[in-house]
Design a protein around this ligand. Structure first.
Ligand code: UN1
Length: 495
C-alpha cells in the first residue's frame, strides 16, 4: 500500500510527523493508500509555492499553457483505463462511469487547450479622438480549488484546467474520500511538464486545510463544489477577504414526464438519472414528476426495472449500481429512507442495506422508489443517494410549479413530444440546465455547468470557465500626444 505525501512545488513531500489517514474502497473495505493530514503550515508552504510561481506562469504565453494541457490530455488518455479503475475503487461508481469521469477530464483539457489561442477581450471605440480602447483577460492570481468526491477526477479537472489555462497557479484540496484520484491528477500534470509550484495539492480536513486555503492572504480566488451548508460558509469566509468565490452546491433535480412522452425512452433515462452513480451526482434525478394519465403504468414498469438492477462490486462491468461512497453516506441515505416512511411516503421498492456475503464488506443500498408528496422532506432535500421520489401532477403548469418548488436549481428535464411544452419548459424551469427527452445527468464540457437559487451562481466548464478565473482589465491607449479628458473634453467637442 502506497504512502503519499503532499504535492508541493513539483515534489512529493515526505510530510514527516503528520498524522495519516487511509483511503478505502467502499465496495470491499480494502485500504488503497494513506495520505497526510495537512496543517496550517502545510497550507502556508503550498500557497507560498503558488504565490512565488504566479508571475512566471502568468507571463507564459497562453497558447503555451494550452500546449501543456494538451499534453496532459494525451497522458490522461493513455492512462484512462488505469485511472478510471482507481476512480471506481476509491469512489465506488461502476467502471464505465469511472472511465467516463476520466474522459470528462480529457475532454475539458482538449477543449481548454484551444482557449489558449482565444482568451478573447474586446476592442471598442473611444469618446476621444486618437485613443484606442480594449479589454484584456488577467488571471486572478493563486487560487484555491476545493473539490468533492463524487467526480474525483472530472471536477478537479474542470476547476484546475480552467484556472491553469487562464494563468492562475493552484492550491488544490481533494475530498478526503478521494485523495488518490487527486494524486493521479498531480501525476498527470507533472508528466505533462507543468512547472514546479504551478499546481500544488494538500490533503486533510476542510476545517484546517480548506479554511486555511480560503483564509490565506496569498489566495485570490476560490472554487468550491460541495454541500450547500459548507458552501454558505465558504462564501462568507471568502467575502470577508473580498475574494472571488465560485460555488457549485446541491441539487434536487426533477424529470417531468408528460402523458405524450415515449415511455420506453423515458424509462431508460429515469433509471440512469436516478440510480446511475448510485444517485450520487449533483445532477442526479431525485424527483420524478408524472402526469396522472400515465402514473400507474409508469410506476409498475419502473419498479420492475429497479428490481432487476444488479448491485455489486463496481469494477465488474456487469454491475449496474455500486456502493455508496462511505459509511457516513450510507447512514445519511438510510436515515432519509426512514424519514420518508415516517412522513407517510409509500416505499415501493428498495431502501434497505444489502447484507450477506460480499455485501457485508461495503455500503450497498438497494435503489429506492417512493410515492411521495411534494412537501415531504425526501422530495425537497438533497439526499445524494439512490432514492427517487415520484410525484403525481395533473398538467404541465402544475408540473413546472412542483419542479420549481424546491430550494435548488441545478438540472431539470422533461419528456414530451409536444414542442410547445418543450420550449415552455426551457422558458420556465428554474435551473442552470434543462434536458429535453434525456435525463438530468450527462452534461458536456463545452457548455456552461451550474445552477440557480441554493445551487449557487457560478458557471464552470464551457467558455464561461474563463470568467471564473480571470478579471477583465480595461486598457486605454492614447496616441493624441496631448492630455485628453474623458467626460470633459467631449462636452467642449459637442458645442
Ligand atoms: C456533479 O454531479 O457534480 O452532468 C457533476 C453530469 C456530469 C457531471 C456531474 N457530467 O452528470
Amino acid at each position: 500500500m502506497e504512502e503519499y505525501g503532499f504535492y508541493i512545488n513539483g515534489e512529493w513531500t515526505k510530510a514527516k510527523g503528520r498524522t495519516r489517514f487511509e483511503t478505502t474502497n467502499p465496495a470491499t473495505g480494502d485500504v488503497l493508500a494513506t495520505f497526510p493530514v495537512g496543517t496550517k503550515e502545510d497550507v502556508d508552504t503550498a500557497v507560498s509555492a503558488a504565490v512565488k510561481t504566479f508571475p512566471k506562469w502568468r507571463d507564459t504565453p497562453a497558447p503555451k499553457r494550452g500546449l501543456i494541457l494538451l499534453e496532459a490530455a494525451r497522458i490522461m488518455r493513455r492512462r484512462k483505463d488505469e485511472i478510471g479503475a482507481i476512480v471506481t475503487k476509491e469512489m465506488g461508481k461502476v467502471i464505465a462511469e469511472g472511465k467516463g469521469d476520466v474522459q470528462e477530464g480529457i475532454d475539458f483539457l482538449e477543449y481548454m487547450a484551444g482557449e489558449g489561442r482565444r482568451l478573447y477581450g474586446e476592442t471598442t471605440t473611444s469618446e476621444l479622438p486618437d485613443r484606442f480602447c480594449m479589454t484584456v483577460r488577467q488571471p486572478l492570481g493563486p487560487v484555491g480549488l476545493i473539490s468533492p468526491w463524487n467526480f474525483p477526477v472530472a471536477i478537479p479537472m474542470w476547476k484546475s484546467v480552467a484556472a491553469l489555462l487562464c494563468g492562475c497557479t493552484v492550491v488544490f484540496k481533494p475530498a478526503s474520500l478521494t485523495p488518490l484520484c487527486g494524486a493521479k491528477v498531480c501525476e498527470v500534470y507533472e508528466e505533462a511538464g507543468l512547472p514546479p509550484g504551478v499546481f500544488n495539492m494538500v490533503t486533510g480536513s476542510g476545517s484546517v486545510v480548506g479554511d486555511g486555503i480560503i483564509g490565506h492572504h496569498g489566495i485570490r480566488g476560490i472554487s468550491f463544489t460541495g454541500g450547500v451548508e459548507t458552501g454558505r460558509e465558504v462564501y462568507q469566509k471568502g467575502a470577508k477577504r473580498l475574494i472571488k468565490v465560485g460555488l457549485e452546491l446541491g441539487g434536487k433535480n426533477a424529470i417531468i414526464l408528460m402523458d405524450d412522452a415515449d415511455l420506453d425512452l423515458a424509462m431508460d433515462g429515469i433509471v440512469f438519472g436516478a440510480f446511475g452513480t448510485a444517485g450520487q451526482r449533483c445532477t442526479a434525478t431525485s424527483r420524478l414528476i408524472v402526469h396522472e394519465g400515465i402514473y400507474d403504468e409508469l410506476l409498475s414498469r419502473l419498479v420492475k426495472r429497479a428490481e432487476v438492477l444488479k448491485l455489486g462490486n463496481p469494477i465488474d462491468p456487469k454491475v449496474d449500481v455500486g456502493p455508496v461512497a462511505s459509511a457516513d453516506q450510507e447512514k445519511k441515505i438510510l436515515e432519509y429512507v426512514q424519514i420518508g416512511k415516517k412522513e407517510g411516503a409509500k416505499l415501493l421498492i428498495g431502501g434497505e442495506k444489502l447484507k450477506g456475503g460480499d455485501y457485508d464488506k461495503g455500503f450497498f443500498i438497494k435503489p429506492a422508489i417512493f410515492e411521495a408528496k411534494r412537501t415531504h422532506r425526501i422530495a425537497t432535500e438533497e439526499i445524494f443517494g439512490p432514492v427517487l421520489s415520484v410525484l403525481k401532477i395533473k398538467d404541465f403548469d402544475e408540473a413546472v410549479k412542483v419542479a420549481n418548488g424546491v430550494a435548488y436549481g441545478l438540472s431539470s428535464s422533461i419528456y414530451t413530444n409536444d414542442i410547445r411544452q418543450a420550449f415552455k419548459a426551457i422558458q420556465t424551469l428554474e435551473a442552470g440546465i434543462t434536458y429535453i427527452n434525456a435525463p438530468t445527468i450527462g452534461a458536456e464540457v463545452h457548455l456552461p455547468f451550474g445552477g440557480v437559487k441554493d445551487t449557487g451562481f457560478t458557471r464552470e466548464a464551457g467558455s464561461a470557465a474563463v470568467d471564473e478565473f480571470t478579471y477583465e482589465k480595461a486598457v486605454y491607449i492614447d496616441y493624441s500626444g496631448r492630455l485628453q479628458k474623458a467626460q470633459i473634453d467631449t462636452e467642449k467637442l459637442a458645442k
